[in-house]
Design a protein around this ligand. Sequence first.
Ligand SMILES: NC(=O)c1ccc[n+]([C@@H]2O[C@H](COP(=O)([O-])OP(=O)(O)OC[C@H]3O[C@@H](n4cnc5c(N)ncnc54)[C@H](OP(=O)(O)O)[C@@H]3O)[C@@H](O)[C@H]2O)c1
Length: 318
Amino acid sequence: MEKYIADNTRYDNGMEYARCGRSGVLLPKVSLGFWHNFGGVDDYSRSRAITRYAFDHGITHFDLANNYGPPYGSAEETMGRLMDDDFRPYRDELFISTKAGYDMWPGPYGNWGSRKYLMASLDQSLKRMRIDYADLFYSHRYDPETPLEETLQALVDIVRAGKALYIGISRWPLEALRVAIKYLKEHDVPLLIYQGRLNMIDRAPIEEGIIDECEREGVGFISFSPLAQGLLTDRYLNGVPEDSRMSKGKFLKSDMLTPELLNRLRRLNNQAASRGETLAEMALAWILQHKAVTSVLIGASSTRQLEKNLKCLSAEPI
Ligand SMILES: NC(=O)c1ccc[n+]([C@@H]2O[C@H](COP(=O)([O-])OP(=O)(O)OC[C@H]3O[C@@H](n4cnc5c(N)ncnc54)[C@H](OP(=O)(O)O)[C@@H]3O)[C@@H](O)[C@H]2O)c1
């Protein structure tokens, strides 16, 4: 591939930036996740094209985790390769996040929320991504066995050590979120953001009060799997395409696509069509219209999908 020079118009292409809670950070309303399509098993030139397209269209936030791949760690290695090949000159224009909390390496120290795991994991992540610090480091999940204070103090110390600029948490229940907000505030490292699954068919963060708590406390909210892994697009309306996530059968299983859900998706698709939009555009716009939501964190297996999804920014309110 030819040498990358970022598009001069990247900040004039229609991307909007939203303030993340009550912080100094602005995030693009559409962010790009590396969970799928950026692993060692994936075609690097396609991952590279998607990332270039994203940055050229104002997507400054890339979201990773230690175990994204497969194999584990390889999405971060792809990020490292991308830094060397294309993005090093743009490091200060990028907001790169990673996480630890799920199964990563064997034995008792490669999972959950201990200080031992979080500290070692972030060191590994920085090496793989070939960067000196992460913009944002997350506890990837709530650990019911480790004292919350241990996890939270490790996060504070990570910021103090300069290894991450900001702290986020993902998938913590409401009560634990409240403890985190208080603890981190008291230790002068305010919680920047909560990452949770919110989309038209999974409204748990609203129902559980997470969104309200974030809004009240000035914490940003970023919605992962905003397209329900592709269900909220036209991908599965007429069967399961061969190259789709569902055809791989691991994270999106075909038994999820019940006749009831399919009917609901078809109705939503018709509603989108009557608005002159695709289902994906409408689904993303629906999330973004919630005041507390900072960004939608999408995945894409092609630049074409990204291109289509970015149209959500000009969709009408629902
Ligand atoms: N914190 C957590 O625990 C957690 C959990 C999950 C995800 N995440 C984060 O959220 C990010 C996004 O998750 P996700 O990939 O599940 O998001 P998503 O946006 O709901 O789904 C992305 C998938 O939908 C399909 N798709 C996207 N746009 C399409 C379009 N216009 N038309 C047809 N199909 C389309 C593609 O799948 P095909 O392969 O079928 O083309 C794509 O890979 C992850 O990368 C990760 O950073 C975090």
